[in-house]
Design a protein around this ligand. Structure first.
Ligand code: 4GY
Length: 247
C-alpha cells in the first residue's frame, strides 16, 4: 500500500512514520509512506502556501496552486489509477474502525494536511474525494489527524502485527471493549490477579473474558452494544448484569 501525505511539515510525519511498528512495516515494504513537502510545489522565492482570505476575515487560507500541483504530480506517476484523496478536517466524516478497515483495502491513498484557518474551497470541490475527521475538536493542522489514520490503517495490513496481537483488532471488530489484562506477578502489593486466570481452565477463562468485555461495554459504551456481534449467551449475560445493577 502506498500512502502519500501532503504537508508543510514533512518532518512531523517522518518522525512518527519511522518509529516502532510503523517504521518496521515500512522497512518490510508492506506500506510505502511518503511525506510530500508542499513547499516543493511553490514557485516564488518565499515558497508561499497560504494567503489572506478574499474580502477579509481572520487568519490565512491554504492556496490552490501548490496543492493542485502536488496532487497532480502524485497521480500522474500512476496514470489510469484514481486514488482516494483525503482531507483532514473537523467537517469530515468521523473516522472509526470500519473506516480504517475500508481504507486498508485501498492500494493508494493521498492525504492533504491543512494548516492556518483552512483550505481554499476549490481544493475540496476538485481534488478531495473524502473529508475525514478524527473527532470533534480543532487541531492546529491536519498532520496529527493524518498520522492517526496512517497508524490505524497500517496495523490492519497483513504482516504488520504478529499472529497473537492481530486477535486484539478482532476484538474491537467484534464491537466490544477489551477485557482487563494482567501480567506477572500474580500478587503485586496485595493486589491479586483474578483467580480464574491462574486456573489453567481455558473454557472458564474464555467465558470470564467475554463477560468482562460485555460488562465494560455496558458500563462505559452502551451505544456500542447495538451494533456488536452478540451470541444468545452474551444477551443472557447482559440481561443478568442489567438486572443486578438496575435500570
Ligand atoms: N479534528 N480531524 C482535524 C483538525 C485541523 C485548519 C484544516 C480533526 O481531522 N482533522 O482539527 N484539523 C484543521 C486546521 C485547516 C485542518
Amino acid at each position: 500500500m502506498r500512502i502519500e501525505i501532503i504537508t508543510t511539515l514533512p518532518q512531523m510525519i517522518e518522525a512518527v512514520a519511522s518509529e516502532s511498528i510503523l517504521g518496521r512495516a515500512r522497512q518490510k515494504g508492506i506500506v510505502d509512506v511518503e511525506a510530500v513537502n508542499l513547499r516543493d510545489f511553490t514557485h516564488d522565492k518565499h515558497k508561499t502556501t497560504d494567503d489572506a482570505p478574499f474580502v477579509g476575515g481572520p487568519g490565512m487560507v491554504m492556496k490552490c496552486e501548490p496543492v493542485f500541483e502536488a496532487v497532480e504530480a502524485l497521480t500522474s506517476r500512476r496514470a489510469g489509477q484514481k486514488p482516494r484523496v483525503l482531507l483532514m478536517t473537523p467537517q469530515g466524516r468521523r473516522f472509526d474502525q470500519p473506516m480504517a478497515e475500508e481504507l486498508a483495502r485501498e492500494s493508494h491513498l493521498i492525504m492533504i494536511c491543512g494548516r492556518y484557518e483552512g483550505v481554499d474551497e476549490r481544493i475540496r470541490e476538485q481534488l478531495v474525494t473524502d473529508e475525514v475527521s478524527i473527532g470533534d475538536y480543532v487541531l492546529t493542522g491536519g498532520e496529527l489527524a493524518a498520522l492517526v489514520i496512517l497508524d490505524a490503517v497500517t496495523r490492519l495490513l497483513p504482516g504488520v502485527l504478529g499472529d497473537e496481537t492481530s486477535a486484539v483488532s478482532e476484538s474491537f471488530s467484534s464491537g466490544l471493549l477489551e477485557y482487563p489484562q494482567y501480567t506477572r506477578p500474580a500478587n503485586y502489593r496485595g493486589m491479586q490477579v483474578p483467580e480464574v486466570l491462574l486456573s489453567g481452565n481455558h473454557e472458564e477463562i474464555r467465558k470470564w473474558r467475554r463477560a468482562q468485555a460485555l460488562k465494560r461495554t455496558l458500563q462505559r459504551r452502551p451505544d456500542l452494544l447495538e451494533r456488536a456481534h452478540l451470541t444468545e449467551e452474551d444477551r443472557r449475560l447482559l440481561l443478568d448484569m442489567q438486572k443486578a445493577t438496575g435500570p
